[in-house]
Design a protein around this ligand. Structure first.
Ligand SMILES: [Fe+2]
Length: 207
């Protein structure tokens, strides 16, 4: 178990979102970020135990890192068996990388005049897979979805990266039948972030 992978990923995402082209080409940030996240979730040997504890019901959203300028954040979502989210949006780009177990994402499109939600594609993520979420109008399909742990006998874990401080922004859940949006601020479950900076063991071991 080594947190080095997470620290390197955070460094790469910092370079990516801090680059001069970041404001000009969000698509490129999302595309490269998805590749970096894919590399991270290919390996399941780095997530600290406290950020991987399966809750008795529902799901935990543990902040692993937030960029000092809130250009991106990294969150571990830990799902109890069969747990699901309300139908919701994000108000920023998002990347979902499957680390352990499996989850499904059911997308919804919102009728521009009536607001009614129409269910769309159902995607299933397995370890190593990455799903990209980009809100309307940049993406005509939008980013409204509902996520469910695909497993009914154990927890699942996905690593999410968002283009901002996702736990501290106003966004929406939706009533599926009426399409009525409700404001919410998700927050985070954990009170303490993992320490990615204690590199003392490797320094002591160096010749
Ligand atoms: Fe989501």
């Amino acid at each position: 178990m080594s947190i080095d992978r997470l620290r390197r990923f955070i460094g790469d995402m910092t370079s990516l979102t801090g680059g001069a082209w970041q404001d000009k080409d969000e698509n490129a940030v999302v595309e490269v970020g998805a590749k970096l996240l894919g590399e991270l979730v290919k390996h399941d040997d780095w997530l600290p135990e406290q950020a991987a504890k399966v809750p008795p019901h529902g799901y935990a959203q543990n902040l692993l890192w937030c960029d000092p300028f809130e250009r991106f954040c990294v969150v571990s979502f830990v799902w109890a068996p069969r747990a699901n989210t309300p139908v919701h949006d994000h108000e920023m780009w998002g990347l979902v990388g499957m680390l352990r177990g499996s989850e499904t994402s059911l997308s919804f499109t919102r009728h521009p005049e009536t607001g009614v939600l129409v269910p769309g594609a159902l995607s299933k993520l397995e370890p190593g897979d990455v799903e990209v979420l980009v809100p309307a109008p940049r993406n005509p399909v939008g980013d409204i979805h509902q996520v469910t742990n695909a497993l009914d006998d154990r927890g699942s874990i996905s690593i999410h990266v968002y283009g901002g401080n996702i736990g501290a922004v106003r966004r929406h859940t939706y009533d599926v039948t009426t399409g009525q949006p409700n404001l919410f601020v998700s927050g985070y479950t954990n009170r303490e972030q993992p320490n990615i900076w204690d590199r003392s063991a490797e320094v002591r071991a160096a010749p």
